[in-house]
Design a protein around this ligand. Sequence first.
Ligand code: MN
Length: 193
Amino acid sequence: MFKLTDLPYGASELEPVISAETIALHHGKHLATYVNNLNNLLPGSGMEGLTLEEIVTKATGGIFNNAGQILNHNLYFEQLQAPSDDNRPIGKIAQAIEEQFGSVDAFKEKFTAAAVTLFGSGWAWLASDSDGTLHILQLPNADNPVTQGLKPLMTMDVWEHAYYVDYRNRRPDHIAAMWSILNWKVIDSRYNG
Ligand code: MN
């Protein structure tokens, strides 16, 4: 049985970038529903006891959709922290970003374009391959970089439920604000892990 993960911060700590109301809906309702759905679908599927990553690389249909969304949201919520204006990448991930994209600003521009132009519901990802090379991906719906053999490092959720309460249709404004609440310690440890 999978459980709804606890947030590593209080529901209002991400304000004003993400409101407590959005956290209550996004974590407390949307993610909780994916967890309940998956727990209802798994018995008899032959996938009981597998990790979310294992399920996502094997499953199709409803099991894939719900397991993928749990994995995606766990990665998303875990990599956030209270806003700070001078928030920047740190450690080896900072070095890799500078080497591969030229600068942090060039990386942010490229990632922002991926997040803003993703058609419909999905996720923009920073992922790494086995060489440590970084990749920016636009993946639809519940997909995750693990389905391509890549390690997910950082993600932004562009399903409307992630931003509609706070930003209405202004997805670019939401993405621009997200840079101030990324926890680069967590993202760097994923890169090094
Ligand atoms: Mn979401």
